[in-house]
Ligand binder design. Structure first.
Ligand code: SF4
Length: 200
């Protein structure tokens, strides 16, 4: 099949990804919650939930591929809203550690649940299509990470416990996770795994 002139598939894929990003952004705006969180503020709260109990602001800048002034502003607002606390970092006199307050933990729990409408839309996909998207999606994410275009994710393909061709005769579960010692397939690939350790 030849490309339709002016609409090469690579740019159409990028347009589709942009639209999907807009959908999650719009849901984040609709899901501002009792503290009227902006999408960035919600991302910061979610980062604590997923990755750490305490973070330096520079860690947040890196994790969200943002800038120091933008994150500094958002952290200041979150502290004003009573969702974050800051304490001295004993290992670096110039740095401060920020962490969730009890109200921040409550927000993190609320944000832990994906929007029902987005989940419903994804659930319309048959499992084999979902698995294919996860496989191709992680491949593309890895390429973007290698080019420093997105922050590093805790996903299987970059994990030291991941063995890609451990079970070549098993089409459904060709991979192996040495952390839980189990075979798995594309449908079980994780992109945010708490047990992930970067491959050395
Ligand atoms: S520990 Fe997590 S990220 Fe690593 S291979 Fe196992 S499931 Fe994947």
């Amino acid at each position: 099949m030849t490309d339709v002139p002016g609409f090469p598939p690579n740019t159409q894929l990028l347009a589709a990804l942009t639209r999907l990003g807009q959908a999650t952004r719009m849901e984040a705006v609709r899901n501002a919650g009792p503290h009227n969180l902006s999408p960035l503020q919600a991302d910061i709260i979610s980062l604590f939930r997923r990755d750490a109990t305490a973070l330096r602001q520079s860690d947040i800048v890196t994790a969200l591929a943002s800038t120091a002034p933008t994150i500094s502003d958002a952290v200041r607002v979150l502290r004003k809203k009573g969702l974050l606390d800051a304490t001295a970092d004993l290992s670096d006199a110039r740095a401060r550690l920020v962490r969730l307050t009890p109200a921040g933990h409550a927000e993190a729990t609320r944000l832990n649940v994906y929007s029902e409408s987005l989940v419903e839309a994804v659930d319309t996909l048959p499992e084999e299509e979902l698995a294919a998207i996860l496989r191709v999606g992680t491949k593309l994410m890895r390429e973007l990470e290698n080019r420093n275009l997105i922050p590093t994710s805790r996903m299987c393909p970059t994990c030291r416990f991941f063995v890609p061709n451990a079970h070549p005769s098993d089409d459904a579960r060709p991979y192996h996770c040495n952390f839980v010692d189990a075979a798995f397939g594309d449908a079980e690939i994780r992109v945010t795994c708490p047990d992930h350790e970067v491959r050395g």
